[in-house]
Each structure stands twice: as C-alpha cells, then as structure tokens.
Design a protein around this ligand. Structure first.
Ligand code: SAH
Ligand code: SF4
Length: 395
C-alpha cells in the first residue's frame, strides 16, 4: 500500500504544526484552535472548524488530509465489552475493543473505559494460538490511524448518546415554550461540551506494537499530550510478545508508559512451541531487557499468561513463572484462552485454572485470573476481522 500523498493532520505534533504555521506567518494560538477541533471536538471535516478563517481552512486542506475511520461492524451491548471493526482508507480492516470499568484489569479503581487499540494490519509474529497472526502481516498503521481509533470510538459513543438526547429533547421541545428556548438549542448545547469516555489505553489489539515503534510512539505522544488527547502515560499499557531490543529502547523514553509482556510460557521449551519470537529473543534475553525497563520505572511490569489446556497449564510451569515474576517484580495476569475458529487449542477447565492461580499465589506472586462468562464477544482482538475477511473472501 502506498502512503497517502498528503500527510494527515493527526500525524503531527504541536511543535511540528507550530513550525508550519510560522512559515505561513500564522500565530501560535491558531495552532491551539486547530488542536481543539481535532482532539477535543473530534471533528472530521475542515468546514466544522468554524473559528478558523476560510482561507486558512483551504490552505490546511490543500496541504494535509483529515482522515477518519469508517465503522464497518460493531458487536456487543453498550453496557458491556464492545468490538469495533474499522475500515481504513485502503480498505484494510482493524479492530478496537471498548471495555467498561473493570478495576481488576490494567488501571486503577477509578477507571471508566479502557480501549484496546491495534497497531498493525495483521501480525508477522505468528504466535500459534492467535487470530491476528493467522493471515500474516499486511502493513503498519500510521500514527493518525492509531490515534483515530480512540477518537472514532468516542465519536461513535457520543453520537449514540446524543441520539438518545434528541429523543429525550424531542419530548422536551414539545414543551420548549415552557423553557423559553429555541427548538434545537438543547441538542447543540449538549454537542458543544467536549467530553471524554476513554481514560485508559491498552495497546493489545491486532499487531505487534513494538514492531511499529516510531508510529506507535508518535501516536502515543499525541494521545498523551495536554494539547492532544490528554491521557496520562501511566494509563497507557503497551503489550509486546517480547521484542527485547525495543523494550530496552522504550526504557530510554521519557514517558512512563506501562509494559505488559505476553509470556505464555515460563521455560524456553514451552514458550518456543507456541511463540516463534522466543527463538529470536529467548527468555534470558527477554528477562534482561525487562530488567533494564524495570530499573528505570517505578511501576510494575505485567506478565500476561494465557492458559491453554495441555500446552502451558501444567503446574510444572508455576515455579519458573514465579521465579521470573519475582525477579522482575512483576504481577501475573492469567487469561483463559479464547477459542479461535480453525485452531485446535482449548482453555483448561475452571478447576485447572483455579489450581494454577492457587499454586502461583502459594509462591507469593501477585496474580489475577480473568474469570469470564462466555467468550463470544470477550474474545481477543483479531477474530472479528478474521471472520469478516473470510466471509468477504467466500462471498
Ligand atoms: N502483539 C502484542 C499485542 C497484541 S496481542 C502481544 O502479543 O503482546 C494482545 C494479547 O492477546 C497478547 O497477550 C496475546 O497473547 C493475547 N491473545 C492472542 N490470542 C489470544 C486468544 N485466542 N485468547 C486469549 N488471549 C489471546
Ligand atoms: Fe502477533 Fe501478539 Fe498475536 Fe503474537 S499474540 S501473533 S505477537 S498479535
């Protein structure tokens, strides 16, 4: 895929925009107005930026694209986990998953909504259990495509709730004379207040984030910046299958992003069976990269451990897992495997899952077990896309 001819406005930092606006002899406050429209109001057209002069909007649209994501499919009820399948401008499909407050997940008890974000179309790492890697890697997402997942999800959410408000205010407007307001005022007032839905990000959707390092970091800086989306670095968790050199590189960045390692095996033997990346960066190398991350951070690393029946759920894995977790001062997230169509792997029984957790806790490791009801929608990222791509191919 060739990149669009014009850079997207949402791939630029404030400093980059300032430099550009200075060339055009435009003042700094114009940049801030523009940023407001992009990240607070989440507009999708230049024409909506009504406080920017028309000539300026024309110049911007001549130089930059302003792309947004198209919703292709959505699954799930509004009070539970919801999956969004987005279509990109080249037709590729990616997923984001919106998870309502769950204090046991990655953030603090005050969480409202977590969004699980994709970073690539497909994945090159080919973990044997994962739907995202099944059809290989297509391309990296650009910074604006990462940022847009958050904006588009919020846009969708607030559009839904304003539809509800419209219904409500229709009733109110029937009696608008009583309130002495113009019909329509109630809706525009509601739309004017910038609101936030998402206050936690997990970079755990499709793709290997650290294999798209530069675009990821650029996107996260835009999402983190007070002039951008304004989400705290400590509220952003990057999950990696274990790219050791990039973990070391990330440790050197100024932001305090959180790190999660997809471990899934506590010995090289077990891990290499299901994660080919382990042959390139075996546990010794991965551990030492994590140690260098740990030394520079005051936050705990999380070790993700999917429980797959007969593969990594043997209690013999508990001791090496506990040793690793203690060495890294990490907590362990046990996740029952989500069935992927066409793959033979299964999750262990509830009893086997609980036994693994108990054995781990007996080793004095901080651990959680995600206890899920039904896997239909809670399924890991990548599966909705896979099914849709296959249906399209069959059609
Ligand atoms: N590539 C990165 C981030 C995306 S995968 C990584 O591997 O960490 C996000 C998480 O979902 C990883 O921990 C991955 O191992 C897990 N995962 C993939 N397929 C899964 C499945 N079928 N059931 C449960 N978790 C799965
Ligand atoms: Fe890629 Fe992560 Fe899936 Fe492995 S688990 S194939 S690294 S997305």
């Amino acid at each position: 895929m060739t990149a669009p001819v014009k850079p997207d406005i949402k791939s630029l930092t404030r400093d980059e925009l300032l430099a550009r606006f200075a060339e055009w002899s435009l003042p700094e406050w114009r940049v801030d107005q523009l940023l407001q429209w992009l990240y607070q109001r989440r507009v999708t057209t230049w024409d909506e930026m009504t406080n920017l002069p028309k000539a300026m909007r024309e110049r911007l649209s001549a130089e930059f694209s302003l792309s947004s994501l198209t919703l292709s499919l959505k699954q799930g009820a509004s009070d539970a986990t919801q999956k969004f399948l987005w279509r990109l401008i080249d037709g590729a499909l990616i997923e984001s998953v919106l998870i309502p407050a769950n204090p046991a997940l990655y953030g603090d008890a005050s969480d409202r909504h977590t969004l699980c974000v994709s970073t690539q179309v497909g994945c090159a790492y080919g973990c044997k259990f994962c739907a995202s890697g099944l059809e290989g890697w297509k391309r990296n997402l650009r910074p604006e495509e990462i940022v847009e997942q958050i904006l588009a999800t919020e846009r969708w959410h607030f559009e839904q709730s304003s539809k509800l408000k419209v219904q409500g205010s229709k009733l109110a407007e029937d009696g608008a004379a009583t309130l002495n307001v113009e019909p329509g005022t109630l809706n525009s007032l509601a739309a004017a207040a910038p609101e936030r839905l998402i206050n936690n990000l997990v970079i755990m959707g499709m793709g290997e984030p650290l294999a798209n390092y530069d675009n990821l970091l650029k996107a996260l800086r835009i999402l983190n910046a007070p002039w951008g989306f304004g989400i705290g670095a400590r509220k952003i968790t990057i999950s990696t299958s274990g790219l050791a050199p990039q973990i070391v590189q990330l440790a050197g960045e100024p932001e305090q992003f959180r790190l999660a390692i997809s471990l899934h095996g506590a010995t090289d033997e077990v891990r290499s069976q299901i994660m080919p990346v382990n042959r390139k960066y075996p546990l010794r190398e991965l551990t030492s990269a994590c140690e260098s991350y740990q030394r520079k951070r005051d936050r705990m690393i999380t070790l993700e451990y999917i429980l797959i029946a007969g593969v990594n759920d043997d209690l013999l894995q508990v001791r090496p897992l506990a040793t690793l977790a203690k060495k890294l001062n990490a907590k362990v997230n046990l996740i029952p495997y989500n069935k992927v169509e066409g793959l033979q792997w299964r999750r262990p029984t509830d009893t086997a899952q609980e036994a693994f957790l108990t054995a781990l806790e007996a080793q004095k490791v901080v651990a959680t077990l995600r206890r899920e009801k039904g896997h239909d929608i809670d399924a890991a990222c990548g599966q909705l896309r896979l099914r849709t791509e296959r249906e399209l191919a069959g059609a």
